[in-house]
Structure formats: structure tokens, C-alpha cells
Design a binder for this molecule. Structure first.
Ligand SMILES: [Zn+2]
Ligand SMILES: [Zn+2]
Length: 207
């Protein structure tokens, strides 16, 4: 028998740390200790608690230190991959069966561009997630054809393309556009595009 009620111990402690403004370092240290103790007691709903705090990188790290990760969940036959989402290399299920990672299909709109409430007056903000693995942690830079990373700063990663009245943009728009080169921790390269086309303005994530 598992110990589902351990989530009633973990969740309020995690929430209290967040509410009190604890640093990431403190959250990871305190919660990793708690997770170890609860797992020793046969906690079996730890993935539910992880899901609940999946947006907090320090808490995700505390779980990761004890082998509890947000799973990839790519399917094959009758099982699914239990490695961490965004992992490199082959998929692997709980029995150790591996299969090739095909090019990840592009994620749905709502996963790629997520509303981000900053509570600034007159502002609507979205956070860009990796369009291939939905990883929220991304950086500016270009992954070259040989796999190396060029991280020359914003002056290399951000390009303003003037309006040439030509269909030369990556989303086949006619006007000028801004292109931001991005990559995620799993090594997926993609671009954020802001472009104008015949009196309409578009935001796109291209991979
Ligand atoms: Zn996988
Ligand atoms: Zn990715």
C-alpha cells in the first residue's frame, strides 16, 4: 500500500516556502530533504505533487534529485517513456525498453505561447516555451549546423529584417520582421518571429 497522504504534508510546506519568498536554493534544499523522508515512507503520489509545482524550477530540481521527474510520456505500443521531458537520445520505458526519438512534433499553440501574468497595467505578456518539448527554460543563441552553439549576445541573436516588400520571411510574410534565435536545454533550436503582412501583425515560433 502506498502513502497518498504524504502529499498533504508536502504540498502545504512547498506552498509555504513559495508564499514566504524563500530563495530557490532554500526551496530545493528543504524540499529535497522532505521528499527523501516521504519517499522512505513509501509516498506514492509524488508525481501529483510534482505536477502541481511543475512551474517552479527549484521544486522540480528537488524532485529530480530523488529521481522524480516530469515525464516525457512519448508513447510506443503499450508503454510510454519515463525519462524527463525534453531529454536527449532514445526514449525508454519503465522496463528499460528503448526506441528512437523521432523529430518531436510541434506542440499545440497553448503550450508554446503561455499567458504570463505580470500584473503590469495595460500589459499582456506571454512566455515562449520550446515548440518541440515545451521546456520553459530557453536562451538566446544559434545552434550551428555542426551542433555547436553561438551565443554572441543579443546583437547576434536578434535580427531586424527591413521591409523589402518581398516574401522573404520565415513565415512567408511580405513586410519587415524581427527574428530572435532561441534554443532550449534539450538543444532544440527555434526562432521567435514578429512580422507584418498586408496590414496585419503576426507573432510566430518557427522550428
Ligand atoms: Zn522520451
Ligand atoms: Zn526543446
Amino acid at each position: 500500500m502506498g502513502w497518498a497522504s504524504a502529499s498533504y504534508i508536502f504540498d502545504p510546506v512547498a506552498q509555504a516556502l513559495i508564499d514566504s519568498g524563500a530563495t530557490d536554493e532554500l526551496k530545493t534544499r528543504v524540499l529535497a530533504d522532505l521528499i527523501r523522508t516521504l519517499k522512505d515512507g513509501d509516498w506514492d503520489t509524488e508525481h501529483e505533487s510534482l505536477d502541481q509545482f511543475a512551474g517552479d524550477a527549484a521544486i522540480v530540481e528537488a524532485f529530480r534529485q530523488h529521481g522524480v521527474v516530469i515525464q516525457c510520456d512519448a508513447d510506443t505500443d503499450d508503454s510510454s517513456c519515463e525519462l524527463e521531458t525534453g531529454h536527449a537520445g532514445d526514449h525508454r520505458d519503465w522496463q528499460g525498453k528503448t526506441w528512437r526519438q523521432e523529430d518531436n512534433p510541434v506542440r499545440e499553440h497553448a503550450e508554446v505561447l503561455q499567458p504570463h501574468d505580470v500584473r503590469l497595467p495595460g500589459t499582456r505578456q506571454w512566455q515562449v516555451h520550446c515548440p518541440r518539448c515545451a521546456e520553459p527554460s530557453i536562451d538566446r543563441g544559434t545552434i550551428n549546423e555542426d551542433g555547436t552553439l553561438s551565443q554572441g549576445g543579443d546583437h547576434e541573436a536578434v535580427t531586424v529584417h527591413p521591409d523589402r516588400d518581398n516574401y522573404d520571411g520565415p513565415i512567408e510574410t511580405r513586410g519587415g520582421y524581427v527574428e530572435v534565435a532561441l534554443y532550449c536545454g534539450a538543444g532544440h533550436a527555434f526562432q521567435l518571429i514578429v512580422a507584418n503582412h498586408k496590414g496585419a501583425e503576426y507573432v510566430a515560433v518557427v522550428s
